[in-house]
Design a binder for this molecule. Structure first.
Ligand code: GTP
Length: 598
């Protein structure tokens, strides 16, 4: 046990965690040349393509240092705010953390929020100045920033490059020298913490855990404390690039467990595994509950695919417990699901995975947050509104509350003005402004979460020319003047296009929505009026003029196969359309409200 080190890597997004992890694996000889590829731990195709880490990964490395053999368990974590819950899980399974800071970009919003998480869990922090090979690197200044943030000595900051491999030996030395060995009693009853689970089609759920006390043996009868379920440990082992089955996994170590569990719901991340006959009295603490922040409807394009969509979502949920969904129906779209996501990126990922891994074509409706509505009849009882169309009749509503967040933005001094105007436009209230250095400013705002959902990231990037980083945490509900904006196509309300917005913005957004929809909905054989309404009041109107597009008109040659090809092509184009009444609506139209400024 004294030669085990458990550590994670934390950083702001794109500061080079996954690349550095690859170098550590190379250097310790944990991968053969044949297995080598970039971002080795990002196993999902989607992760590789987007260059982001979505799920946590764990891997064990063997390393010899000063003549002694060490086992190093590395847990790679995602950097995007949507996935901060993954970070918190992994952190609780470690004794130390490598805090990576990009030598060109310095400390960013998530560097700080992840650092706080690590400090709360008493982790030993090893600061790493990464990407020193970059021509734009600014090692002296960024080292000063790190020293200021951590209160450490400049010589404790390790200079490294994930690209060239520079400094990797120093990092491994620091992991062994500075991070404490795990503590725990090998003879105590089993106490292990679940920090992740993965669904495998052939083997069911694989549970990843860290043993704090005792050991977990193959064949042992075990119990999951929170879910109060018993299992036999059919297979246990450690996590090299592939799984290595063992007779037991001992105190301090990280490993996997296969018990033939088929549904993800039985495995709760943060739960404690213990021995059935001799249960532990300690429960591992320190976990956040995963709460969805953004909701949207997901509907099959073809109504017949509803059951298949349900199956696909259930399977997705097996390896992404943070996805929640329940059936809902929409007058416009038929049967589908109201889904809860961690954030906008998570939503995009789910949609993409449904399409890639399950070959589903889906329509996603405008995302919204979760509101609390209070009616005059029951002014003390909150009615949860996860879908704008569930908002009770305005005349009976006493008040509506919406979730607020504390937003932290770090930007350059030059862009403070721009960032402020954006945040104020988004109903933000400035709480604090601190100069981290003469160049870099930290701004803190209180803002409605709903405003972040609507095109905030893109706008922030534009107004700061990319020099702003952003992080947020929920601070509770506040009363707001909210109204439901309805859209009528051909005089028929389309519930899937409704959105809850602030009353002061209704006129403006209603007008823009109509204009945007006019652009997005293809002309059809008849005029289509588009109207925006609040309650019974129409606040804006546009008309899509009739047109008949005869795609075969060009095929004067009369070659039937050519004609068929064109019709096929047209059919494909229609795939993502949805017939509502007699109007065909393309997918983009359902997200129109998000793109009003494009
Ligand atoms: N020049 C240089 N580029 C680097 C270095 N390390 C990483 N990069 C590049 O920086 C980008 C981000 O690297 P990743 O390792 O994917 O970053 P990450 O922090 O794992 O990102 P997330 O997993 O999304 O949080 C990639 O384009 C890398 O090629 C480095 O040391 N030097």
């Amino acid at each position: 046990m004294k030669n085990i080190r458990n550590f994670c890597i934390i950083a702001h997004i794109d500061h080079g965690k996954s690349t550095l992890a690859d170098r550590l694996l190379d250097f310790t000889g944990s991968v053969t040349d044949r297995e080598k590829q970039d971002q080795l731990l990002d196993t999902m195709d989607l992760e590789r393509e987007r260059g982001i880490t979505i799920k946590s990964h764990a891997i064990q490395m063997d390393y010899e240092y000063n003549g002694e053999k060490y086992i190093l368990n590395l847990i790679d974590t995602p950097g995007h705010v949507d996935f901060s819950y993954e970070v918190s899980r992994s952190i609780a399974a470690c004794e130390g953390a490598l805090l990576i800071v990009d030598a060109a970009q310095s400390i960013q919003a998530q560097t700080i929020s992840n650092l706080y998480l690590a400090l709360e869990n008493d982790l030993e922090i090893i600061p790493i100045l990464n990407k020193v090979d970059l021509p734009s690197a600014n090692p002296e200044e960024v080292t000063d920033d790190i020293v200021d943030l951590l209160g450490c000595k400049p010589e404790e900051v390790i200079h490294a490059s994930g690209k060239t491999g520079f400094g990797v030996d120093k990092i491994l030395e620091a992991v062994i020298e500075r991070i404490p060995a795990p503590k725990g009693d090998p003879n105590a009853p089993l106490q292990a913490l679940i920090f992740d689970s993965v669904y495998n089609t052939f083997r069911g759920i694989e549970t990843y855990f860290r043993v704090f006390n005792g050991e977990i043996k193959k064949g042992q009868k075990i119990k999951f404390v929170a879910t109060d379920k018993e299992y036999y440990a059919d297979e246990v082992g450690t996590l090299k690039l592939t799984q290595v089955a063992k007779q037991s996994v001992k105190t301090g170590d990280v490993g996997y467990l296969i018990t033939g569990i088929k549904t993800a719901k039985e495995v709760k991340v943060g739960d404690t595994i213990t021995d059935f006959a001799k249960p532990t009295t300690n429960i591992v603490e320190g976990f956040e509950d995963v709460k969805p922040m953004v909701f949207a409807g997901i509907y099959p394009v073809d109504t017949e695919d509803y059951e298949e969509l349900r199956n696909s979502m259930e399977k997705l949920q097996l390896n992404d417990a943070s996805l929640v969904f329940q059936p809902e129906s929409s007058a416009a779209l038929g049967f589908g699901f109201r889904c809860g996501f961690l954030g906008m990126l998570h939503m995009e990922i789910i949609q993409e995975r449904l399409e890639r891994e399950f070959d589903m074509t889906v329509i996603t409706t405008v995302p919204n947050v979760s509101y609390h509505a209070y009616t005059n009849k029951t002014p003390d009882e909150a009615f949860i509104v996860n879908n704008p169309s569930d908002l009770p009749d305005p005349s009976t509503v006493n008040r509506v509350e919406e979730p607020y967040i504390k937003a932290t933005i770090i930007t350059k001094a030059d862009f403070v003005g721009n960032v402020m105007s954006l945040c104020i436009e988004k109903r933000g209230i400035i709480i604090n402004q601190t100069y981290l250095t003469t160049e870099r400013v930290e701004l803190t705002f209180e803002m409605p979460l709903a405003e972040i959902v609507f095109d905030f990231y893109d706008r922030l990037k534009t107004v700061s020319k990319g020099y702003a980083s952003f992080d947020y945490s929920p601070i509770g509900m506040k009363t707001s003047k909210l109204v439901r904006l309805d859209i009528l196509l051909n005089a028929q309300p389309v519930d899937a296009l409704s959105a809850l917005i602030h009353a002061d913005n209704a006129q403006h957004i209603g007008k823009k929505m109509c204009e945007k929809l006019k652009e997005l909905i293809p002309r059809q054989q008849f005029d289509i009026p588009i109207q925006a309404a609040v309650g019974a009041k129409i606040i804006s109107r546009e008309t899509i003029k009739a047109l008949r597009k005869d795609v075969t008109a060009k095929c004067y040659g009369g070659d039937i196969s050519r004609k068929r090809k064109l019709l096929e092509k047209q059919k494909k184009g229609k795939k993502r359309m949805r017939q509502v009444g007699n109007v065909e609506i393309p997918q983009q139209a359902f997200m129109a409200v998000l793109k009003l400024n494009d």
